[in-house]
Design a protein around this ligand. Structure first.
Ligand code: ADP
Ligand code: MG
Length: 256
């Protein structure tokens, strides 16, 4: 390849928004020469690498915007530690057909059983598949919406929770809400209904939501929208956090 052609291809690739090709044109040409590649194979190589680089960049950018607390995956989840949890149920969710259907998923159970871990793993998978993702605790969401409401910017702030394809609402039930706060949650849930997925985690059973939201009627209205299309996974087992703590304590005791 002449230098002139190389330079022109680099410039054209840049203008076409193909930065990977622009950066690696010489390397591509060398590989094509070495492998005595056919024209179609060469084109296939260039385009598929460009697409892979673009997908990867979009995935990493999506993760940054998602505010996920970490990026754990299902491979890192030890199902043998929760024998009562059917792995197939979780793996079914990981196919993301519920996200495609704009349905919801709820993970219920006591602290430390891996509700947030699984919710995050599903969110990472959704992000990789190209869905926009946003993570919040229920309390942070309520606090932000209240502040926006007081500043007359509620509609704008609601957008943060309505736009993403997947909204993860973590830790429903840790704090009891006032009526106005519960109303803000209702707005998010009802506006997302059949428009975008929610993955939520809660340490409370649905029958306790009346207490969480301080109002049975409002709690029922929220649950009505949420549960119409929702996979519910209850994890009723030991705390993984405690497992590691207990081991550490036993180790310290052995040393002493
Ligand atoms: P929860 O949200 O139910 O309180 P987390 O998802 O925060 O629990 O889990 C607590 C910690 O234990 C996290 O670091 C998580 O990755 C880990 N963990 C929980 N369950 C498992 C498991 N079965 N296998 C591997 N790690 C787990
Ligand atoms: Mg949690």
């Amino acid at each position: 390849m002449s230098e002139l052609t190389g330079n022109r291809t680099r410039t054209t690739a840049g203008k076409l928004g193909l930065p990977h090709l622009a950066e690696t044109i010489n390397e591509f040409a060398r590989r094509a020469d070495e492998a005595k590649m056919g024209y179609l194979d060469f084109l296939d190589l260039v385009l598929s690498e460009e697409l892979a680089v673009r997908d990867d960049r979009r995935f990493r950018q999506g993760l940054r915007l998602s505010r996920l607390p970490h990026h754990k995956t299902l491979d890192e989840y030890d199902f043998s530690f929760q024998p009562d949890l059917d792995p197939r149920k979780v793996k079914d969710l990981a196919t993301l057909s519920f996200v495609e259907a704009k349905a919801n998923a709820a993970l219920l159970g006591p602290p430390g059983v891996g509700k947030t871990h699984i919710a995050v793993a599903l969110a990472v998978a959704a992000c990789r598949a190209g869905y926009s993702v946003y993570f919040t605790s229920l309390d942070d969401m309520v606090r932000n919406l209240k502040a926006a409401e007081a500043a007359g910017r509620l509609a704008n702030k609601l957008g943060t929770y309505l736009r993403p394809g997947v909204l993860v609402v973590d830790e429903v039930g840790y704090e009891i809400l006032e009526r106005g706060e519960a109303n803000l949650v209702f707005q998010v849930i009802s506006k997302r209904y059949e428009k975008g997925s929610i993955i939520l985690t809660s340490n409370k059973t649905f029958s306790e939501w009346g207490q969480v939201f301080g109002d049975e009627v409002l709690a029922t209205a929220i649950l009505d929208r949420l549960l119409h299309h929702c996979d519910v996974i209850s994890i009723n087992g030991p705390s993984y956090r405690l497992k590691n703590r207990l081991k550490a304590i036993e180790r310290d005791a052995d040393v002493a």
